[in-house]
Design a protein around this ligand. Structure first.
Ligand SMILES: Nc1nc2c(ncn2[C@@H]2O[C@H](COP(=O)(O)OP(=O)(O)O)[C@@H](O)[C@H]2O)c(=O)[nH]1
Ligand SMILES: Nc1ncnc2c1ncn2[C@@H]1O[C@H](COP(=O)(O)OP(=O)(O)O)[C@@H](O)[C@H]1O
Length: 225
């Protein structure tokens, strides 16, 4: 008979417009289930920080809230995934277009896609209240998770900034573009897609937690709330 199989590695994706809480939910999943949270936006920002040529190019897109070209982000993500073949992982912010989704399909079989459906007004409010610590990528929200001291990062004491693309005047166009690009991706994944709707991450979280629990054992069961 066949030898017992090593437990299968989880391959999951979280989809949702900017401000839908992908980063927030992925952080919680990563902590509760011990898997790697891979954020495309974070990788791009690290590339920029490193001053690589690809980084300089990417910066021009990020500043304007435009999607970077498929071949650029796909190369970044394939490189990162290659390093994590032996780990459970969860993608945040990738794929965002059909071209990206097809590239991903070429290298692995996804188990699970989580889609966050958040009303437009809520997204607008959240993005305009989002402040970040550029060096670490830590994300705050003036209402939801404010820093201990206004305007500064909890760990370093360095100033927080608002991303160009989170300014109110940039947000509506950005959300519209997201929607157009995401439609065929959602269609492609419909067999493994789980959608969660609401205006509060804390209310969606228990459902996401129980979905994940059915696929992978929690390492911190106490974090369910
Ligand atoms: N008011 C409020 N803000 C939230 C909630 N969930 C997340 N946020 C904040 O909304 C912003 C966007 O969330 P983030 O996880 O960065 O979303 P992403 O763009 O999809 O990765 C951040 O400033 C979060 O701290 C929520 O339930 N209520
Ligand atoms: N999959 C992707 N395809 C193209 N551009 C991307 C992708 N992921 C991230 N980016 C670029 O990085 C920026 C920041 O991404 P991210 O941190 O996910 O922001 P947000 O949480 O606001 O959506 C995006 O506005 C976009 O310019």
């Amino acid at each position: 008979s066949a030898p017992p199989m090593a437990s299968k590695l989880l391959r999951a994706v979280v989809l949702g417009p900017p401000g839908s809480g992908k980063g927030t939910v992925c952080d919680r999943i990563a902590r509760s289930f011990g898997l790697q949270h891979l954020s495309s936006g974070q990788f791009l920002r690290e590339n920029i920080g490193g001053g690589a040529e690809a980084g300089a190019l990417a910066q021009q897109y990020l500043e304007r809230g435009l999607l970077v070209p498929d071949h650029v982000i796909t190369r970044v993500m394939m490189t990162e995934l290659e390093k994590r073949r032996e780990q459970h992982w969860l993608l945040d912010g990738f794929p965002r277009t059909l071209g990206q989704a097809k590239a991903l399909d070429g290298i692995c079989e996804l188990d699970l896609v989580i889609s966050l459906n958040i009303p437009f007004e809520t997204l607008k409010d959240r993005l305009s209240a989002r402040w970040v610590h550029p060096a670490s990528g830590r994300v705050y929200n003036m209402d939801f998770n404010p820093p201990h001291v206004q305007g500064v990062d909890d760990l370093t004491g360095e100033p927080l900034v608002q991303r160009q693309e989170d300014r109110p005047e940039a947000v509506a166009a950005r959300l519209r573009k997201y929607k157009d690009a995401a439609k065929p991706v959602i269609e492609l994944y419909k067999g493994i897609l789980y959608s969660f709707s609401g205006t509060e991450t804390n209310k969606i979280w228990p459902y996401v937690y129980s979905l994940l629990s059915s696929r992978i054992p929690p390492i911190h069961p106490e974090e369910e709330h």
